[in-house]
Design a protein around this ligand. Structure first.
Ligand code: 13P
Ligand code: SF4
Length: 377
């Protein structure tokens, strides 16, 4: 059985289960050496993936960092037996869907969910689809369901089974083009903002988009409007990105002349229209990396990433600030703490798998179809 290094106190006697409560009362900084030691012990048996929104104390231990797309590829290509996902639930589910049969996926805190993903429940989506199919003219035009990566595995499977696919913020346009080559309409789940921003950038006017509200009868949309629409947007949003407002862009324009505004496409359409650029977390980072010395940016995305970029680029003569002065925090990403990571890794060292994410096999099949379609475009 593997043990910890001798100069580091073991959490508990070997063989006893490492209790999470014991870790949660320890200060952050005491976790560093333990995480490092556990990672050393596990070697290539475990890979740690970290989303860009993770806090510094966690992301510094990631073997790979990235946006949702890059991390899903890293998970699909990894040869490690265990994938420890420092991200949120839907990301870990995606890793499990793409993993090979001998691999396992661990999410250090099962409470790290995503409020946007929770806004589309399978029963609601099935109800919506039934109505769309009943509208003969709508079905006649051909309709495909597309879901943002930020959705439950069941929603991904729903799309896969009906000829649709998954997309992320970095390939949404390519996914829309793929769908329009095969059908006249798209049902886009669950982020209305990403759907609207993507379709509008492709030249589809707002008048050809409708919002389906799952809490209203027939989505709150008349059959006529459904028939006329090219895009049916699910009424979901990210509570972090929705906090950025057009007046935040106006303030930057007024107070910081020359500063570029770069936002995530989960922001409202009105904000994206006023911004200089829009892109996934990875794209935001690349935009700043490529900019010449002396450039300055107001960034509309999660605050941990913005703060990290500000720190990283200040010595290179580039200034980065948050678009909203109060800074928007993804509280669910924040749930992955160094204590949770140390707990998950030290249990693995002892041969125990905690917080394993396992998607139901039936769901996995069709969700994988939808994800593989995405990875192919
Ligand atoms: P990215 O794919 O851009 O990293 O976005 C993931 C996410 O959850 C943003 O809210
Ligand atoms: Fe979900 Fe928003 Fe957090 Fe992304 S930032 S994980 S969409 S709640």
């Amino acid at each position: 059985m593997n043990g910890l290094l001798l100069d580091e106190p073991p959490v508990q006697a070997v063989g006893e289960e490492c209790s999470l409560d014991h870790y949660l009362v320890q200060p952050d900084e005491t976790m560093d050496a333990r995480i490092r030691a556990a990672k050393r012990k596990l070697g290539t048996d475990a890979v740690v993936l970290g989303h860009h929104y993770q806090r510094d104390e966690v992301i510094r231990f990631a073997d790979f960092t990235g946006d949702s797309y890059k991390l899903s590829k890293a998970a699909a290509e990894s040869d490690a037996r265990t994938i420890v996902f420092c991200g949120v639930y839907f990301m870990a589910e995606t890793a499990d869907i793409l993993a090979r049969p001998w691999q396992q996926v661990v999410l250090p805190d099962l409470n790290a969910g995503c409020s946007m993903a929770d806004m589309a429940e399978i029963g609601q989506v099935e109800e919506c689809w039934e109505l769309l199919e009943r509208l003969k003219e709508t079905a006649g035009a051909g309709i495909l369901p597309l879901t943002y990566m930020n959705s439950a595995a069941e929603i991904k499977a729903f799309c896969g089974e009906r000829g649709g696919l998954v997309c992320t913020s970095s390939n949404a346009r390519a996914a829309f083009e793929w769908a329009f080559a095969r059908a006249g309409k798209i049902l886009f789940l669950p982020d209305q903002h990403l759907g609207r921003n993507t379709a509008f950038a492709m030249g589809i006017p707002l008048s050809e988009m409708v919002v389906w509200d799952p809490y209203q009868i027939n989505g709150g949309v008349t059959p006529e409007r459904l028939r006329a629409a090219k895009i049916i947007l699910w009424k979901g949003h990210c509570s972090v990105h929705q906090r950025f407002l057009p007046e935040h862009v106006d303030r930057v324009r007024r107070e910081e002349p020359g500063m570029q505004v770069v936002v995530h496409p989960e922001c409202r359409w009105e904000v994206c229209q006023k911004a200089d650029a829009m892109g996934s977390t990875e794209r935001i980072i690349e935009t700043i990396e490529r900019a010449p010395e002396g450039s300055s940016f107001a960034v509309g995305t999660e605050i941990h990433l913005v703060n990290r970029l500000a720190k990283r680029f200040a010595p290179l003569g580039k200034r980065v600030i948050t678009l909203d002065e109060s800074g928007c925090l993804c509280t669910t990403m924040y749930r992955i703490s160094p204590q949770h990571l140390a707990w998950a890794l030290e249990n693995l060292v002892e041969g125990r798998v905690v917080n394993r994410i396992q998607v139901d096999e039936r769901v996995k099949y069709w969700a994988r179809v939808a994800l593989e379609r995405m990875l192919e475009i």
